[in-house]
Design a protein around this ligand. Structure first.
Ligand SMILES: [Zn+2]
Length: 418
């Protein structure tokens, strides 16, 4: 009897702290839940850690795996992991009395010393397993991971099958016996990119013509560069502030991982990088500012908001989903934000644009169909709200005709083939 054992350590029925243990030996992602009171995945030891991409919900708890012998990931993900972990420690230290972190910079150093970078589509061996990282199309350097021994396992991680301005969509599926797939946007389709970009640019131009300013909150990694490239293509030169500057430099160091590095380079060169001197005079005249944090939950964006929130001619243009409990969500739902400890009403126009880096409903459905056609007969649906992961598993059972499970954290499955 050939068997593979899969234990879900986190990221089930939720978005955050993704972590999957395979055969008590290999962990796929070891993330952090940045919202809520339960930040870490279940504790476990493993010999090897494979990190799919540079988002905290996939790499944010990695330093806790101190006994791991080796860590594998792509070159951009290695750089993003360092950037995010250092930032996470810094933010935690700032929050006095709230010691959420149980790892230090030394732990991050140790993790980085074990890191080996791999290229897309190059099969490598760890013990008896063959592993391959495949382009997941989610963010720069993001990967789906294929692990083969007697039974093969494909972990989609976060994935996007459509092209965006910055990166190509995921391509091809190599075939496997078991699939673990994300369900973030099951049941929801995204606005087509071209339509979204046109609407976004039109709104910016109208605001400038009316004499208003525009604040564009963006995640540092990938979203900032996507927005910079779109603006650059339309000859719009914004100010750029926050961690997105470092992330852009990282991405420009890995040009082969993006679609059009000269467009990003040109757009970055045309942007005015904000320093203390410049920061004071922004908004002396109508300006566009691209800045962190993407959900307005800290970072320079709040300082800029203080300057424009009373101005009905100005706009705050969110570029992605705003999680429950964030400033961004409160602004969208109630038109209120906390500035200088006061809750204030935003009189500037607030807009939201769905520049998602995840597959929508249509793409997820077509992905499971392709996977089933190539041999997957058991699916696990993870990384989504509970109802979505369960609905996706139901869909796979009913429409694709394969076994599908929306697992819970701590569930273990021994999968065998005769
Ligand atoms: Zn992600």
């Amino acid at each position: 009897m050939i068997e593979i054992k899969i234990k879900f350590l986190g990221g089930c029925g939720e978005i955050g702290k993704s972590a999957i243990l395979v055969d008590d030996k290999i962990i796929l992602d070891y993330g952090l839940q940045t919202a809520g009171d339960d930040p870490f995945p279940l504790m476990s030891d493993c010999d090897y850690l494979l990190i799919s991409h540079g988002h905290l919900d996939h790499c944010g708890s990695a330093p806790l795996l101190r006994k791991t012998k080796n860590v594998f990931t792509t070159a951009p993900t290695a750089d993003f992991t360092r950037l995010l972990l250092d930032d996470s420690i810094r933010l935690n230290n700032k929050k006095s009395g709230k010691n959420r972190h149980i790892y230090s910079t030394d732990d991050v150093d140790l993790l980085m010393s074990k890191l080996k970078t791999v290229c897309y589509n190059d099969e490598f061996k760890i013990d008896d397993y063959s592993c391959t990282f495949l382009d997941a199309g989610h963010i720069v350097g993001s990967s789906s991971i294929l692990i083969k021994k007697d039974i093969s396992l494909f972990y989609s991680s976060d994935t996007n099958s459509i092209d965006t301005k910055l990166i190509r969509g995921s391509n091809g599926f190599p075939g496997a016996d078991v699939g673990i797939i994300e369900s973030t946007y099951f049941g929801e389709d995204h606005t087509p990119r071209k339509e979204l970009e046109d609407r976004f640019i039109k709104s910016i131009k109208e605001t400038m013509e009316d004499g208003g300013s525009v604040i564009i909150p963006c995640f540092a990694i990938n979203r900032t560069q996507e927005i910079l490239s779109i603006l650059g293509e339309h000859n719009i030169s914004p100010y750029l502030d926050g961690m997105g500057i470092i992330a852009t430099n990282i991405i420009l160091n890995h040009p082969s991982f993006i679609k059009n590095s000269s467009l990003l380079k040109m757009s970055f060169n045309n942007a005015s990088l904000v320093n203390r001197k410049i920061r004071k005079r922004i908004f002396d005249e109508p300006s566009i500012i691209v800045t962190t944090a993407g959900m307005a939950n800290g970072g320079p964006v709040l300082n800029y908001l203080k300057k424009i929130y009373k101005d009905p001619k100005s706009k705050l243009m969110f570029t992605g989903y705003q999680v429950e409990g964030t400033n961004g969500r409160m602004i969208l739902e109630k038109g209120l934000v906390k500035l200088n400890r006061n809750l204030v009403k935003i009189e500037a126009t607030v807009e939201q644009y769905d520049f998602s880096s995840h597959s929508g409903d249509k793409e997820l459905k077509s992905m499971v169909k392709r996977m089933a056609d190539k041999g997957v007969n058991l699916f696990f649906t993870v990384h989504g709200e509970k109802e979505k992961s369960e609905a996706f598993a139901e869909y796979i059972k009913e429409e694709i005709g394969c076994k599908a499970i929306a697992p819970c954290t701590n569930d273990t499955y021994n999968i065998s083939v005769a």
